[in-house]
Structures are given as structure tokens and as C-alpha cells.
Ligand binder design. Sequence first.
Ligand code: MG
Length: 289
Amino acid sequence: MNPATRLSSNRIAIVFDFDETLTPEDSFRALLQYLQLDADAFESERIQPLLDQNWEKYLARAYCLVKESQQRGDNITKQTLTEVGKTIALYEGTEHLFGWLEKAIKEISTEIELEFYLISGGFVDIPRSTPLAKDFKHMWGCEFQYDDETGAIEFMKRQMTHVEKTRYLYYLSKGVDSQNETDLVYNYADIPTEELYIPLDQVVYIGDGASDVPCFAVMKQYDGVSLGIYKQDASAEDWQYLDSVGRSQRLSNLVPAGYEKDSELVRSLILSVESIAKKIAIRQINSEQ
Ligand SMILES: [Mg+2]
């Protein structure tokens, strides 16, 4: 074996955002609606005043929900988030997507493994309760602490800001599961590519908006693949914004949402995993010699 072509990771990761990427909805608004709250009023009358006082968006959301839970007769619990996850609409085709992608890479090499990850700025107990959850190796997002006795939301124990999202790209690349301080040092250490669990140039990241820009930037830095998604009915303003992100972050493609079999998004995803799989397959041939 030529040392220069030493076999490294045979894994490919596809990393999804959740809100408006796998679901056309915003899961926070879906939660408010499930609680029979007026989402616009909740955002403008309760969250916005905190943002005006320099609160972080995710902390403000959690704080307002905890207050709401304390004020209303019935607590907001993990079960509440589970119910939202069970009922939230997913984009059409998502139920077949993982199978199509698996098939595409198996046709190139049966030795290549495909893993799915989710990094969401929303409350992750919602996507964890969707039918897609079983296919993900890890799902990361904002998380609540629930009261031991009542099950009510009590505090936010993990928040996922836009920049925080990138930390989990490094985690999955290093193959780190736990999240203590020692691991954090390892997370940012310079590890030789062949020792990485999944090098970031074998990762495809899919997201739709501002919260994904730091991840797009990391993918650009490490030659990963980024796909930007826009809603089919995106306003000219939304489109212009995403187009500017696309150009600055060198997105591989900017595609309309929707996972129907012949959609531009599914074709882009299949081509992305195929191109990475072929790169791995070439290394596998070299390593056999
Ligand atoms: Mg999103």
C-alpha cells in the first residue's frame, strides 16, 4: 500500500438542519400552535421585548415557554414536544430519501457507510419524535431540563446557537459522542485526516437559512458539500438573501425544498454522495494494491 493513499474513513455523513429543511414548518411555531397560543403575538409581545434587552433568541424562547408552562393550568412537558414531533408535517419524499441515498452509494461500493445527523436550532425533542428519528445516528439541538416530579419544562440545559451548530460538525468528524471539556479540546485539535472518523470533505450539509451560515462556512473551509434550500414560494427578498449566502459560502447548489424522487434536491443529494463515494472507492482500490 502506498502510504500516500493509506485507507482512511469509508464513511459519508449527511447532516440536516430541521426547520424548513426536513419540515416546511418552523417547529417552535408549531409548538406554540399546538399549545393553542397565537404564535405571532407570542413572538412580538413576549419574546421580542427580551430580545430588545439583549437576550439570546434561544434562551428567550425557552424562558417564555417556562413562564407559560408555570402560568397555564397544564404543564408543558416532554410529552407536549413529543406530540408536536409526531404531528409536524415533513416534506414529501423524506420517508424514502435515506433508502435512495443508501442504494446510490451501495452501487458504487458496498464497503461505504452512510450516516445521517441532525443539527437543529429548535427544541430537539420535537424532531426526535418524528418517524425519521430512527434513521439518524445523532440528533442535536436545544434541550430542556424537565422537572423530575411533574415533567414540566424547567430550564434550558443545552442551547444551539448558529455558531454552536458548527461544534457538532467537528464532533461528528472526530467521532466524539460525549460532550465534556476534555472532548472539547480534542474536538478542536488538529487530527490527521486518516485518523478522523469522518473527514469533513466526506460530509454533505443541508440547510435553509441564516442559522446554517456558520456551518456552510465550515464546510467551505474543509471542502465539504453544502446544499442550500429555499421554499418553493420564497419571496424575492428571501431568495436574494440565500443567493448572496450561496455565492459567499460557495454552496454546491441552491435548490427548492421537496424530496420527490426526481426533484432537484434529491438529484443534487444523490450526485453529492456519489461523488464522495467514488473518491472513497478510488482510495479503496489503491489500498488493495
Ligand atoms: Mg432551518
